[in-house]
Design a protein around this ligand. Sequence first.
Ligand code: HEM
Ligand code: NAG
Ligand code: NAG
Ligand code: NAG
Ligand code: NAG
Ligand code: NAG
Ligand code: NAG
Length: 346
Amino acid sequence: MAMWVSLLPPPRLLLPLLVLLLPVVAAVHGGYGHSNLTVGFYRHSCPDAEAIVREVVAEAVEDDRTVTAPLLRLHFHDCFVRGCDASVLLNSTKNNTAEKDAKPNHTLDAFDVIDTIKEKLEKKCPRTVSCADILAIAARDAVSLATKVVTKGEWRKDGNLYEVETGRRDGRESSAKEAAVHLPDSFDGILKLIARFKSKGLGLKDLAVLSGAHALGNSHCPSMEKRLRNFTAQYDMDPTLDTAYAATLKQQCTKPEDNETELAMVPGSSTTFDATYYRLVTEKKGLFHSDEALLSNGATRMLVYSYMRSERRFFSDFGVSMLNMGRVDVLTGRDGEIRRRCAVVN
Ligand code: HEM
Ligand SMILES: *[C@@H]1O[C@H](CO)[C@@H](O)[C@H](O)[C@H]1NC(C)=O
Ligand SMILES: *[C@@H]1O[C@H](CO)[C@@H](O)[C@H](O)[C@H]1NC(C)=O
Ligand SMILES: *[C@@H]1O[C@H](CO)[C@@H](O)[C@H](O)[C@H]1NC(C)=O
Ligand SMILES: *[C@@H]1O[C@H](CO)[C@@H](O)[C@H](O)[C@H]1NC(C)=O
Ligand SMILES: *[C@@H]1O[C@H](CO)[C@@H](O)[C@H](O)[C@H]1NC(C)=O
Ligand SMILES: *[C@@H]1O[C@H](CO)[C@@H](O)[C@H](O)[C@H]1NC(C)=O
């Protein structure tokens, strides 16, 4: 239950809340068994590890509120290709084109924040904290700093939406081809999305609640072109997109190759993590076909409506599913290595 520490409601609400959360907690333990990761893995080996990550992320966010989205997305891209092993951070070499340079990479960002964190950690505790864990902690911190329930609507550097597990080690390989195969595509329909999540040991609930990450950040015109003008042989425009919203997007994206115009995932609040995304989805205003696809399965559709109505439920399920995603194919114990610099293997 450590996960709820910073979100504890007044005592009179606590009992009903516990009753509500019990099935969720049970499902985690039942579904995934014990993971080899733990909360506070660096408690003895590098007690300030999480504080150092938070400090750098908070500074970056204070400087530029939009940095939270790429930090969250990096952890997702990492976990979906070869497991959460920081393969997303490796540079290409003469021999090898890395995930970073795969097609779905476009617009991955915030590598500099990760590098700054790693430099500080190497000074404080050399060769101790993995880049994969840095990604997981930074994602948790980014989303926490963007969540008003945590920050109480003001700029605050502390408070967590959920407790993060650590103990991952870094992999030695990264492949652009694998990224193209494993990362979901914005044109995926529900069956493909479910299959892609299932192949990572993630279920329908994980899919529905993690898609809520699209409360944060932006997209770009190349990701939209097909949906706006050339969807299928049958439809020029994706029929699951609201027509008035499509018209606005077309005005913003006049050139398909325009990679500078930013399209907010949630217009007007793309730096605040909340449940507005789910209302947009029910209004056919999700930016991607994959967002709208959540409506075409009974279970995910029910979750969309339930998160729209209960932000509290969205936040608690999101924390649970981030832990699930953070456990995908991790290297632990003596596997892998602790990279000295996140962009290259030792
Ligand atoms: C369900 C399948 C998913 C698909 C098809 C998908 C696809 C995309 C696409 C196409 C973009 C925009 C890229 C661009 O044009 O710049 C994007 C952005 C983003 N995605 Fe996803 N995504 C999915 C799931 C997730 C998950 C699980 C997370 C995190 C837990 C996530 C976090 C984000 C964030 C935060 C952004 C904004 C990045 C920024 O502003 O720099 N996405 N996603
Ligand atoms: C934990 O690590 C051991 C040894 O590496 C491995 O056999 C086991 O499958 C791991 N357990 C989980 C839940 O990942
Ligand atoms: C490149 O490939 C060659 C032959 O497969 C190998 O000997 C060499 O170590 C590789 N270099 C790098 C940087 O991976
Ligand atoms: C993404 O890949 C392209 C090549 O496909 C490369 O030019 C670009 O620099 C990569 N972006 C990042 C952020 O690494
Ligand atoms: C529309 O999509 C088809 C198939 O993906 C492609 O061959 C065609 O060139 C596209 N047309 C335009 C105008 O972009
Ligand atoms: C953005 O588009 C311009 C021109 O279309 C191109 O020269 C540039 O490399 C693109 N940038 C990225 C990051 O893809
Ligand atoms: C990795 O690649 C980036 C961009 O090409 C470069 O700026 C950086 O110095 C490289 N990092 C290392 C450790 O080689």
